[in-house]
Design a binder for this molecule. Sequence first.
Ligand SMILES: O=C(CO)COP(=O)(O)O
Length: 228
Amino acid sequence: MHIPRLLINFKAYMESSGDRAVEISKSAERIWREMGVLIGVSPNIVDLRLISSSVEIPVFAQHVDPIPAGAYTGHVPPILVKEAGARGSLLNHSEKQIPLRHIAESINMMRDLNLISIVCSPTPSESAAVAALLPDAIAVEPPELIGSGIPVSKAKPEVILNSLRSVKAINSAIPLLCGAGISSGDDVKAALELGSYGVLVASAVTKSPDPQRKIRELAEPIASFTRA
Ligand SMILES: O=C(CO)COP(=O)(O)O
């Protein structure tokens, strides 16, 4: 199972849509080849096929709905995400929260399609609830730090430690990523030292004047950590 250690969420930023989404994705691919760090990108749904046909690194949708293909206006069936070349999807991001039963149904539908499920959770207790649904990975992200530039790995390390503890108590095989405010290589290093498998980032890359340079900075501690 190839869970990225650095997953870049393009959200719905203009700076990471269309041709700019392709450029950032190609930068991520270049750094993956250069450093051997598995980097994934999560473009807006409007760019999913464009990005998955432009790079070899794993591409993730930002959301799926637990439905088959069919008469579902405005919804995102897992099968169509698969057809568009995605390797998986985020679920339950704090900016796109869904009920627990939808998370469970989506994880099961994604598993049947060999799509990787990375489920976001805002707190350690919700991380435990999500772990019981057996996703492929969990990403804990305190909503109040998202987009703040204040890194969860330094401002709220207990959220990572308590999530690790609560997820391990349910299933120690589920990797835990963390995100929210992660903006520097040092923030990534702190997250890894706390026990995170990897990180989820958005604005540090999408809003950077030099996304490639920022991706390299964020990937460096992962490269050294995974080499050690
Ligand atoms: O929501 C996030 C990643 O999914 C985190 O956002 P920022 O990296 O902009 O804080």
